[in-house]
Design a protein around this ligand. Structure first.
Ligand code: ZN
Length: 144
């Protein structure tokens, strides 16, 4: 079994989701296929398909949310790389044992029907890494 299947998406922090949607639609030639807010993260996200990968635009709904803080510190730009995995819990355990610093010990519900967990950029040469696992019924997963 592969540990990491592929780059699932690149996350890009933007100030204004409408402006960025317009720009990326022009760039990629397709409109976003989904826009979704993740309240726990104080973000609005929109997703574009690019071949087998995706671009995720993230805009903060609160100034002191994670994306708001990121933009205040570094400006707009690439925020994270997300890798697709088959079994996020096993991968988190493996990476922790390998010495990576986990931001999320257990996966949480992310956008786009995914379970997600982040690895701290301190332990990955300055790049925030997201692991994501597709789950068609996220609510069910957490009720178990
Ligand atoms: Zn993401």
């Amino acid at each position: 079994m592969n540990h990491i299947n592929k780059i699932e998406h690149l996350g890009i922090a933007v100030k204004n989701i409408d402006q960025a949607n317009f720009l990326y639609e022009k760039l990629l030639g397709v409109p976003p296929y989904k826009q979704e807010s993740v309240e726990s993260e104080a973000v609005i996200t929109s997703f574009f398909k690019v071949g087998d990968s995706k671009i995720e635009l993230l805009a903060s709904t609160e100034e002191d949310g994670p994306i708001g803080k990121f933009i205040a510190k570094k400006g707009e730009g690439i925020h994270h790389i997300a890798f697709d995995v088959d079994d996020i819990k096993t991968e988190l355990k493996r990476l922790e044992q390998e010495g990576f610093q986990l931001i999320n010990e257990t996966p949480k519900k992310g956008a786009d029907n995914k379970l997600v967990a982040f690895i701290h950029p301190k332990s990955t040469n300055g790049v925030l890494i997201e692991l994501c696992q597709e789950v068609p019924y996220v609510e069910t997963f957490f009720d178990e």
